[in-house]
Design a binder for this molecule. Structure first.
Ligand code: CAA
Length: 283
């Protein structure tokens, strides 16, 4: 199957990053969001991040303008009807994702592959509520999308080989590396990363170390590019909590219990960088 056009639902930090790399690889992109402001913000971010690549001589100014010209924005979900591949990158809440699929499905062509960038929700369950479980799978990018090399490809129980191979070919065209994960809570990256971040929050909660000492311990002592609390702020504390809840509910093991301090921060609306306040103060 030859994929030429890609629809992306959600223009947040993942959606705009996916639009960036898809357009740069030559795909025509239809980027959708219910908010016009979110779409305008996404285009400004993509422009800025492409410019960063131009200034570091990773791409030419012509590559940048060609990529921008390949991205079309829309607030109307049915406008994604003519695309060959749809990647849903909306908020990490199952009810929201299901509502999007319900609105979108009547407009999709029969051959269109439907995927979700979910970081933890069951692909098999999401697929079961669509008309095309065999053409449904997980297509999980890492943040920041233009920089991170990995894409997790997650097969639902019904995903067929043609769908998987078509998505794997897209990853290859993006110049990224695919890791295949089976459909279990949080797949591979977040199954390992989130308990580490949650443990860092417990380390803070129990007074073992300060924010600064926890982060510098892991940056300098384990050579992580970011400390775990800084990384949690970068990912979004609401996303971290949502993933811990999926692990806790799905694997029924107390070792995945979200730290009460993480819950408290989310309840306070301290969501990390996106709300200007998390473990660090960005105001
Ligand atoms: N777009 C394009 N390029 C970008 C970029 C962006 N948004 N952000 C950074 N870059 C580029 C920079 O231009 C720079 O390029 P050069 O190497 O050519 O100079 C390079 O990335 C490094 O950036 P900086 O020098 O500005 O900053 P840094 O060295 O501190 O690196 C970082 C920033 C890449 C984010 C690094 O700190 C890092 O790798 N952090 C860890 C990120 C991580 O773990 N991500 C996974 C999160 S988990 C996830 O995403 C899954 C989930 O479901 C929650």
């Amino acid at each position: 199957m030859n994929i030429k056009t890609v629809g992306i639902v959600g223009a947040g930090q993942m959606g705009n990053g996916i639009a960036h790399v898809m357009s740069l690889a030559g795909y025509d992109v239809m980027l959708n969001d219910i908010s016009g402001d979110a779409l305008a913000g996404a285009m400004a971010t993509i422009d800025r991040n492409l410019e960063r690549q131009v200034s570091r001589e990773k791409i030419s100014a012509d590559d940048k303008s060609a990529a921008l010209a390949r991205i079309h924005t829309t607030q109307t979900l049915p406008d994604l009807g003519q695309t060959d591949l749809v990647i849903e990158a909306a908020t990490e809440r199952e009810t929201i994702k299901q509502a999007i699929f319900e609105d979108l499905l009547p407009h999709l062509q029969p051959h269109t592959i439907l995927t979700s960038n979910t970081s933890s929700i069951s692909i098999t369950r999401l697929a079961s509520r669509t008309d095309r479980p065999e053409k449904f799978m997980g297509f999980h990018f890492m943040n920041p999308v233009p920089v991170m090399q990995l894409v997790e490809l997650i097969r639902g129980i019904a995903t067929d080989a043609e769908t998987f191979d078509a998505c794997a070919a897209v990853v290859e065209k993006l110049g990224k590396t695919a890791a295949t994960a089976e459909d279990f809570p949080a797949f591979i990256v977040n199954r390992i990363l989130m308990p580490m971040i949650n443990e860092a929050v417990y380390t803070l909660y129990e007074g073992v170390g300060s924010v600064k000492s926890i982060d510098s311990s892991m940056r300098l002592g384990a050579n992580h590019p970011m400390g775990p609390l800084e990384l949690a702020d970068f990912i979004g504390l609401d996303t971290c909590l949502a993933i811990m809840n999926v692990l806790h509910d799905g694997l029924a093991d107390t070792k995945y219990r979200p730290c009460p301090l993480l819950t408290k921060y989310v309840e306070a609306g301290w969501l990390g960088r996106k709300s200007q306040r998390g473990f660090y103060d960005y105001r």
